[in-house]
Design a protein around this ligand. Structure first.
Ligand code: DTB
Length: 313
């Protein structure tokens, strides 16, 4: 755990110092030439009662997203098989909504988790707010990791979402941890937050003990019809500062360059990888927004002399 002032000092230092420190920490724990590849699937889409200002899936906003009930097992497993073939080692599955209540849909997700694991993939689910019992059932089904983001600072969170609280999110993360699941917890940049919000967000992550095994950093993709549709793009150097600071604060965590990566140039992505981002989502679609073409990713890694984790060097 680090005090706010110490995190601020890291984040605000001259970029060459910050980058150097992040690179140094990164190579102490990780092979800096390797990237974890994850694939994301939306198991249930849209029609969400929550009002998160950034989200395409909230029923509070009029967006182009077409609601879809829980996907069938076959189609999820077909996606998982293609992900495996494409070199992903983790299959991440998300459902829209405040939570996925225990019942037939929850049971169906448990079965899917079992089958994804049987393929040899790590399974990550993101099902909204869950309690201790649900977390335990996921763990028993072999689920590897649970994704639940803090998104941003506590202050900013209250301005973005009115239907649930930051503390409710923390309670879910606690339940996940207590069940023995790995925690994947990160945030979104470009919500209109200040540098100070980003420092507070990173500080909140340091308060999670043990720290999250994975920290996804998403760049806002402004969705027409949402309150954040007109947000200006977040400067790349701001993204790099957060990635580098996160790398220094969390030497052993994976840092995932998640949504919004397709808005980054090859050079910006390269800088992110240098500073310690060591995981990406592959595939043309994330949940509702555009991802990155696997061929383009391969070409970029080849240019950089980097490779997929788990693949021959
Ligand atoms: C996370 O941090 N990123 C994922 C996952 N957790 C569930 C979602 C990324 C996609 C979000 C935008 C979209 O495609 O709708």
């Amino acid at each position: 755990m680090k005090a706010l002032a110490a995190i601020r000092a890291l984040h605000d230092q001259p970029l060459p110092e910050l980058v150097y420190q992040a690179m140094t920490v990164h190579r102490q724990k990780w092979d800096p030439t390797r990237l974890q590849h994850c694939t994301l699937d939306s198991l249930r889409t849209g029609a969400c009662a929550e009002d998160c200002a950034y989200c395409a899936q909230s029923a509070h906003h009029t967006t182009e997203v077409k609601p879809d009930p829980l996907k069938g097992r076959e189609s999820v497993l077909a996606g998982a098989c293609s992900a495996l073939e494409a070199g992903s080692t983790r299959y991440c599955m998300a459902t829209s909504g405040r939570s996925l209540e225990e019942g037939p849909d929850f049971d169906a997700v448990l079965d899917i988790v079992r089958e994804v694991r049987a393929l040899g993939l790590e399974a990550c689910v993101s099902l909204g707010l869950i309690n201790a019992e649900q977390a335990k059932r996921l763990k028993d089904a072999g689920c590897t990791v649970y994704n639940h983001n803090l998104d941003t600072s506590r202050l900013m969170y209250g301005r973005l979402v009115s239907t649930h609280t930051f503390d409710e999110r923390l309670a879910t993360i606690r339940a996940v941890r207590e069940a023995g699941l790995q925690v994947c917890c990160g945030g979104i940049l470009g919500l209109g937050e200040t540098g100070e919000d980003r420092i507070h967000f990173l500080h909140e992550l340091t308060l999670l003990d043990p720290p999250p095994e994975a920290i996804p950093l998403n760049i806002l993709v402004p969705i027409p019809g949402t309150p954040l549709e007109g947000m200006p793009p977040v400067p790349v150097i701001d993204v790099i500062r957060v990635i580098a600071t996160a790398r220094i604060l969390f030497p052993s965590s994976r840092i995932r360059l998640a949504a919004g990566r397709s808005s980054l140039s090859d050079e910006a992505q390269a800088l992110a990888f240098l500073c310690g981002a060591n995981s990406i989502f592959t595939g043309v679609k994330l949940l509702t927004t555009q991802g990155c073409d696997a061929k383009a990713d391969q070409a970029l890694l080849m240019t950089l002399g980097m490779g997929m984790e788990g693949a021959p060097a």
